[in-house]
Design a protein around this ligand. Structure first.
Ligand code: DAH
Length: 365
């Protein structure tokens, strides 16, 4: 083997064994660089006789071509191996289960309030709100519950200390959502159709009473309103809410200072596996009546207290416990759990944030 052929074999072997791009570059400089071994051979051609050059020329040029090609080939192989390694390292395994992000849920009270808003919106009712820290006049006096009235005792609540001289208005935590009736009648001209859902307070505490709970108030003020409108509205509401047409109501004469006449509304239900299932006639076999709402025709005095003429404007009102409605529909039996903030309870009874109740899509989502 000629010296050149031996040199070529040696260089090609070294290049093929180069482990990285830096090693390749070092070999390239050593062979083809300005002071490289192959470059030196090429330069030596100039000092040769024509015969020598004719013999050596092709060998030396062949050497340069071979070495250049070997370097390019090894470089390409190293680069593609590096890319393969990089791609392998960056692979996402799409089959891995995703981490379950903690997900909140909608509290049943909020859910039921949304359901009520949806149901009543369909009958033309707007949602009204009022302050939870209320004054004595809106909570009692304007609703025809005077200072000495025994009805105030049933509404034992949390009073704020009297401030200022004479303490004209004693502030308190509202005992019902009925003051929103007063605020609405004083602010808006009739006709009025509102529901007022919200928090209310009483000093009461056991398995079915908590110091804070929720009510929804309904109010209609218009011309020529009578108890037929009240009964129809409540029936439509309860059918939509309990998602059954088999709702039978019983209106019992009762007393509320703010309505005259007043009626307690009972609904028929059946007891199934320890649960009350709303529906059916309470007088039928296996059924009974349960008191559900308070209602009546708005007392003329209340209408007059709000600056309206009771000979022109009449209306009906009703009030019902939201927590109670939730318990009946969704089967909870201890009211206190509603307000414990136990995440296990919420995970069980809560609702998906995107399951917005709609009449068309299913009210309980
Ligand atoms: N405000 C009453 C309560 O808290 C509930 C109620 C009864 C509201 C009859 C009404 C009604 O509007 O007409 O117990």
């Amino acid at each position: 083997m000629s010296d050149i052929a031996a040199m070529q074999a040696g260089l090609v072997e070294e290049i093929a064994a180069a482990e990285n791009l830096e090693a390749i570059e070092a070999l390239r400089v050593a062979a083809l660089g300005k002071a490289g071994s192959v470059t030196a051979l090429l330069k030596s051609l100039g000092g040769m006789t024509p015969d020598e050059r004719q013999a050596q020329g092709p060998l030396i040029h062949g050497l340069r071509e071979e070495v250049t090609a070997a370097i390019a080939a090894r470089k390409a192989a190293l680069e593609s191996a590096a890319l393969d390694a990089k791609l392998a390292g960056e692979t996402l395994d799409m089959t891995l289960p995703a981490d379950a992000a903690p997900k909140g849920s909608v509290h049943p009270v909020s859910q039921v309030m949304d359901e009520l808003a949806e149901i009543f919106a369909d009958m033309g009712f707007a949602v009204a709100t009022g302050p939870e820290i209320e004054d004595d006049w809106h909570n009692f006096t304007a609703l025809n519950i005077p200072e000495t009235h025994p009805a105030r005792a049933m509404h034992d609540t949390f009073y704020f200390p009297e401030v200022g001289e004479g303490a004209a208005q004693r502030m308190l935590l509202r005992t019902h959502t009925s003051p929103v009736q007063i605020r609405t009648m004083m602010e808006k001209a009739p006709p009025i159709r509102i529901i007022a859902p919200g928090r209310v307070y009483r000093s009461d505490s056991d398995a079915t009473h908590t110091p804070m709970f929720h009510q929804v108030e309904g109010l209609v003020i218009d011309r020529g309103i009578h108890m037929g409108h009240l009964k129809y509205t409540l029936e439509t509401f309860l059918k939509a809410y309990f998602e059954t047409d088999d709702i039978v109501l019983r209106l019992r004469p009762s007393y509320f200072p703010f309505t005259e006449p007043s009626a307690e509304v009972d609904v028929g239900y059946a007891q199934e596996k320890g649960r009350r299932i709303v529906g059916g006639n309470g007088d039928d076999e296996g059924h009974a009546w349960m008191e559900l709402l308070g209602s009546g025709m708005v007392n003329r005095r209340v209408i007059a207290n709000c600056g309206l003429d009771p000979d022109e404007w009449q209306g009906f009102a009703f009030g019902v416990g939201v927590d109670r409605l939730a318990m009946l529909k969704y089967g909870m039996d201890d009211l206190r759990a509603f307000f414990d903030g136990d995440l296990r309870w919420l995970a069980h009874y809560g609702f998906g944030a995107l399951n917005v109740p709609t009449l068309s899509g299913g009210i309980s989502a």
